[in-house]
Design a protein around this ligand. Structure first.
Ligand code: GDP
Length: 593
């Protein structure tokens, strides 16, 4: 029986999927929620979280289940390398992997101090006197389990990575100083984490201070929509002092609990895929890149390719500056051997052999020049309609900045009231003050647009928005603001489709056709049967399958179409359970009106 495509939608088409793709990215490509992808993967026996990278085969299976026909994106020929594990083995190869954690919070609430405290209490102790090298991330061990921390705190860095199409964070720690409470950047951090659907663990910091008021912080968090466990919610909060290093182990243990719930897995037995989290040109060593391994194992001597660079790994260093021979999932390593400096957010994939890598890189560079990137693009009110009809986006993500706090609520509720049955307006972040670079990053990462009411745009934000094509709308009159969005929303409504029946045929015989399954011998009673046409198989009142004509033959020859009064052999994609007497119905969706 057919798949997720709803009757009111046209049949989905061909889609290009790269050799490896994060669940989130696949969701964006297929225009469904990440949850739908995760569920579908589960049905196929794969347990992946939203940030996890899955391979082409797994992605194709999901795409097919959702009514798409997948085609390998050119760069993806890597997936065909000999070292690539067949699909079945890949599944059995999935192992739990450490969580990757980012720290966010308001300035001066203790993010850096907390990162240091975690590193000192859990790394230095084991490596007495060891000099920790800064490579952009580090790993600690808690009760025999590893946790990876990204070293650049703050939601700006987090969302900047997302805006580049790479989301590496599994969990975020929200640091709130108990003597200062929830502040504007705390709220911003919450919205950024939410927009990325990353779970939050709250660290209420500076509890050593005499004026610390953790209870007030909890209340303020509840007001911001984060209800902590003690208060009946599901947000873990831990009181800590980064200064006195109290509460740190409890915080880490809680991270492990949340990680457990997220069921983070990767396959260490496959070739590595990693994301660049830092990169620079070292005068003596050449290009250096810190890569966080997302899946697979990277080994010394492997050839990696991606983001316009490639190279054979000459040396790898861990976060302690020690040479290592291999790096497993969620491990950060600094690589030597790339022939140019990649960009933060680039995905590197290990491939078999230098020759292969050279060919791929060339292809990839051509691709970059020729086609627009796969990265999510922000929407604009003007072309919303076109974007929506192309991709059936059902949400308008808005970042709302206002002159004063008091204007937020009325605008928010007017906009949310505009939501129609098929289209939701989601205010993913609101706040008072100028439009900042971080707002623009969030818009890029969430395919959203920015609305300013009586507020200015910072120069950096303007530049970034221009480069990235983010739509920033400024208003001084609420009516104009709401009216514009209303118009755009009306354009967002998907056109209605009506079904047109192109032909009917009676199934009179069933043949086995090698590995391809069964072919129905049919007699076309009305209209025509054409290859590639949408088709359903009816058995009495029942529809037993809705798919498409995958093969069409008349006698021994392939045919494009066969008209009424003739017999032919028909294959239906993903279906072979024909019975004599079934009726084949060929249909097409057409825009109404
Ligand atoms: P960031 O801007 O969030 O990275 O904040 P920092 O880590 O730089 O900390 C800001 C200030 O707060 C510094 O002077 C820290 O020493 C201080 N601080 C951080 N954590 C604590 C804490 O637990 N207790 C006290 N008393 N001070 C802290």
């Amino acid at each position: 029986m057919a798949k997720a495509s709803k009757p009111s939608e046209p049949r989905a088409n061909l889609i290009e999927i790269p050799h490896s793709v994060a669940v989130r990215q696949l969701a964006e490509l297929l225009q469904v929620s990440a949850i739908d992808i995760i569920k579908q993967l589960m049905r196929n026996g794969i347990f992946a979280n939203i940030n996890q990278v899955i391979d082409y085969e797994a992605a194709t299976a999901v795409a097919a289940d959702l009514g798409y026909e997948a085609q390998l994106k050119p760069m993806a020929t890597i997936g065909k390398s000999k070292r690539y594990r067949p699909y079945g083995e890949e599944l059995s190869g999935l192992r739990p992997r450490p969580p990757v954690v980012t720290i966010m919070g308001h300035v001066n609430h203790g993010k850096t101090r907390l990162l240091d405290a975690i590193r000192q209490t859990n790394v230095m102790a084991t490596e007495a006197g060891g000099i920790t090298q800064h490579i952009g991330a580090y790993q600690v061990e808690v009760n025999g389990q590893k946790i990876t921390f990204l070293d650049t705190p703050g939601h700006e860095a987090f969302t900047a990575m997302r805006a580049r199409g790479a989301q590496v964070t599994d969990i975020t720690i929200l640091v709130v100083a108990a003597d200062d409470g929830v502040m504007p950047q705390t709220l911003e951090a919450i919205d950024h984490a939410r927009a990325a659907e990353v779970p939050i663990v709250v660290a209420i910091n500076k509890i050593d201070k005499p004026d610390a008021n953790p209870e007030l912080v909890k209340q303020q968090l509840a007001d911001a929509g984060l209800l902590i466990e003690e208060w009946g919610g599901d947000i873990v909060s831990v009181p800590i002092s980064a200064k006195e290093k109290t509460g740190i182990s409890e915080l880490l243990e809680n991270l492990l609990v949340v990680a457990e719930m997220e069921d983070l897995k990767a396959d260490p037995s496959r070739p590595a895929v990693g994301v660049v989290i830092e990169a620079e040109l070292d005068k003596s060593k050449g290009p250096l890149a810190t890569v966080l391994i997302q899946t697979g194992t990277l080994r010394l001597g492997d050839t990696v390719v991606g983001g316009g660079t490639w190279g054979r790994i000459r040396a790898m260093f861990n976060d302690m500056g020690k040479r290592v021979r291999k790096a497993e999932p969620a491990m950060p390593v600094e690589l030597l051997g790339l022939n140019s400096v990649p960009q933060v957010g680039d995905i590197l994939t290990s491939v078999a052999g230098e020759h292969h890598a050279r060919a791929l890189i060339q292809k990839h560079q051509q691709e970059i020049q020729q086609q627009p990137s796969l990265l999510p693009k922000a929407v604009s009110l003007d072309n919303l309609f076109a974007q929506i009809s192309a991709g059936q986006v059902k949400e308008l993500n808005v970042i709302l900045k206002t002159d004063v706090q008091g204007s937020i609520e009325p605008i928010k509720s007017s906009l949310e009231q505009l939501a129609m049955e098929q289209v939701q307006v989601r205010i993913i972040h609101s706040g008072s003050g100028n439009i900042t670079e971080s707002d623009v990053m969030l818009a890029i990462a969430s395919k959203g647009l920015i609305i300013g009411f009586g507020t200015g745009i910072e120069a950096g934000a303007r530049r970034l928005a221009d480069v990235e094509g983010v739509d920033i709308r400024s208003y001084n009159v609420i009516y104009n603001l709401v009216n514009d969005v209303d118009k755009a929303l009306k354009g967002m409504l998907e056109p209605t489709y009506v079904e047109v029946i192109d032909g009917r045929a009676e199934i009179r015989a069933i043949f086995t056709a090698g590995k391809k399954g069964k072919i129905a011998g049919v007699y076309v009673t009305e209209g025509k049967v054409s290859r590639g046409a949408s088709a359903r198989v009816r058995r009495g009142e029942q529809i037993v399958c809705e798919s498409e004509v995958s093969s069409l033959r008349r006698f021994k020859d392939d045919a494009k179409e066969v008209t009424s009064g003739y017999e032919c052999g028909v294959g239906i994609r993903d279906f072979s359970d024909f019975q004599v007497g079934d009726i084949l119905e060929l249909f097409r969706k057409e825009k109404a009106g």
